[in-house]
Structure formats: structure tokens, C-alpha cells
Design a protein around this ligand. Structure first.
Ligand code: GRG
Length: 291
């Protein structure tokens, strides 16, 4: 796991070196760089490297896919913070991209990161053309209308009405879950994983995707604003339906524990075939994070 954490720095360096290699606008480069360097935890790259490790594959092979997913995650946060969406002035305790660079540059920096994410994979000569195409298909499915984009739209529409818990789960499966599943699928593609192992690992990623969101809602209410970079209770104040608003704080904590148990039980089943200890640490980290 420690080794995988070092790889997150490699990912950020890889993204910046890619962006710096052929840019024509200093503003777009600086605005893209600002959010890549703004202190994201790198959970999605960490998940990709940990899954690769579990599958016994060289972590260097995951750098382009991990970079692409982190770039898409970063773009989604830049756009999510815009006045037309969540209208947030702080992210990770720092001024949001549009506050520093203005709305037009923030929109373009987000667009830039999305487009360049696929370029990073296309340019990775260490992967076969077939693997690169499969990665582009998986990651664009997760980011586009089959995943995050639809989730974001459903979430915006849900603010106009009272969403049920089922609707909330659907929203998060697409909005947040898709980009948590993508690193695991990407690792399986790169490693050429056995079909059954891939399907169990994907089920695992779906469970920790929900766990991640429940924890996010708990932190939104109880977290330290200096660490999380958000106003405590901010989603509640915006009238959004959350796991906490639906289940109460104790119910949300119980739901979190249930997802933790489900994740561990999948890993216990996989224990004979792959090296699951790093993935166990990820469950712990997702459930116990304070930011
Ligand atoms: C605008 C196209 C578009 C999509 C936005 C994911 C998303 C869709 C918006 C983010 C809103 C949000 C705060 C959701 C809660 C879960 C989440 C994605 C939290 C941030 O992820 P972390 O904790 O972020 O991995 P860091 O800052 O560590 O990178």
C-alpha cells in the first residue's frame, strides 16, 4: 500500500508532464495544473494500483489509466463547483478553480482535462492497442452518459423534488460509483484478469462506491470543515437528499458498517486467488477517512 501511495505522485507528475508538453495557452495550463495540484487524495489511482498489485501486475502499466481517471475526476469537480452547478467557492480548503481563474477558464480547464485524459491513454506505447481501446471504452462509459454525466443530471433534477432512498442509490451509482468502479475494471483489463475474478472485483468496487458516498454524507454533517474543505452540513443546507437525511446519522453509520462487511466478505472469497490485503486496507481507509 505504501508503495502504491508513492505512485499517486507519479500520476500527478505524469499528468503535468503530459499537459506541459504541447500547450498553447498558459492560462489553460495553469488552471488545469492548479486543480491537479490542489491536494486531491488520489483515491481512484490508489484503487487502480492496489487492484493491479492484487493481480500481480507491474504498477507502471497503470500510470496512464490512473492519470486519465484522476484527470476526469478533477474536471468533474471543477465543473461541479461552477455557479451553474453547486456554486462553491472552496474545494479542498482552497478557492475553487473559477474563483481563481474566472468561469470561462474554469470551464475550458475542465474540458481540457477530459479531452486530454483520453490522449494520455492513446499515447501510452507500453500498452497494446487493444488494451488502450478497452481502457478508453471503459473510462468513457464511466464518465459519460452511461455513468457520471447521467448521475449528475439526475442529482440536479432530484433537488426539485423529494427523492427516495432507491433514487438516491441510483444517482450515486452513476454519479460517484462509476468513477470508483472504473479503476478496478481498468486494472483487470491491464492485468488480463480472469473473468470470474474481474466480476467479483467489480462487485467489490460497487459496494465500496456506495460506502464512499455514505461516508461522504456523514462527513458533510460531522466532518471537520478545515479538513474536508466544505461547510459542515452544506448538502443538507442546499436541501439535497443524502443518506443522513434519509436514514438519520445513526442509520447512516449502520449502513456504512453493513457495506464494510459486504466488501470484506467479497475479499474473503477472493483470498485464495489474489493478494487481497491492500484492498482490505482500502475498505478501512474509505470507511475511516476524515476528509
Ligand atoms: C460536473 C460532469 C460533472 C460531474 C460532477 C462527482 C461529481 C459529478 C461531483 C462531485 C460532487 C461531490 C462532492 C460528490 C461527493 C463524492 C465525491 C466525488 C467527493 C470527492 O471525491 P474525493 O473525496 O475528492 O475523492 P478529492 O478532493 O480527494 O480528489
Amino acid at each position: 500500500m505504501r508503495n502504491n501511495t508513492a505512485y499517486i505522485n507519479k500520476v500527478k507528475a505524469h499528468i503535468l508532464s503530459h499537459l506541459n508538453s504541447f500547450q498553447h495557452s498558459a492560462t489553460i495550463y495553469e488552471a488545469s495544473k492548479y486543480s491537479i495540484e490542489a491536494g486531491g487524495k488520489g483515491l481512484r489511482p490508489l484503487l487502480l494500483f492496489t487492484a493491479l498489485d492484487a493481480l500481480g501486475t507491474d504498477l507502471d502499466q497503470g500510470i496512464s489509466a490512473a492519470s486519465a481517471i484522476e484527470m476526469i475526476h478533477t474536471y468533474s469537480l471543477i465543473h461541479d463547483d461552477l455557479p451553474a452547478m453547486d456554486n462553491d467557492e472552496l474545494r479542498r480548503g482552497k478557492p475553487t478553480n473559477h474563483i481563481v481563474f474566472g468561469e470561462a477558464a474554469a470551464i475550458l480547464a475542465g474540458d481540457n482535462l477530459l479531452n486530454e485524459s483520453f490522449n494520455v491513454i492513446a499515447k501510452d506505447q507500453s500498452l497494446s492497442a487493444e488494451v488502450r481501446i478497452e481502457l478508453v471504452e471503459t473510462i468513457s462509459d464511466a464518465a459519460g452518459q452511461s455513468g457520471m454525466i447521467s448521475g449528475q443530471m439526475l442529482d440536479i433534477e432530484a433537488e426539485m423534488k423529494t427523492a427516495s432512498l432507491d433514487e438516491l442509490e441510483t444517482i450515486h451509482t452513476f454519479k460517484t460509483g462509476a468513477l470508483i468502479k472504473a479503476p478496478v475494471t481498468a486494472a483487470c483489463i491491464i492485468a488480463g484478469a480472469d473473468e470470474d475474478i474481474q466480476s467479483e472485483l467489480e462487485r467489490f468496487s460497487e459496494v465500496i462506491g456506495v460506502l464512499f458516498q455514505i461516508k461522504d454524507d456523514i462527513l458533510d454533517l460531522e466532518g471537520n470543515p478545515e479538513l474536508t474543505g466544505k461547510n459542515t452540513g452544506s448538502d443538507e443546507k442546499k436541501g439535497k437528499v443524502t443518506y443522513v437525511s434519509e436514514l438519520g446519522i445513526d442509520g447512516a453509520k449502520q449502513a456504512l458498517r453493513k457495506k464494510e462487511e459486504e466488501a470484506y466478505s467479497i475479499l474473503n472469497k477472493l483470498d485464495d486467488s489474489i493478494a487481497v490485503s491492500g484492498l482490505r486496507e482500502i475498505v478501512q481507509m474509505f470507511a475511516q477517512r476524515d476528509q
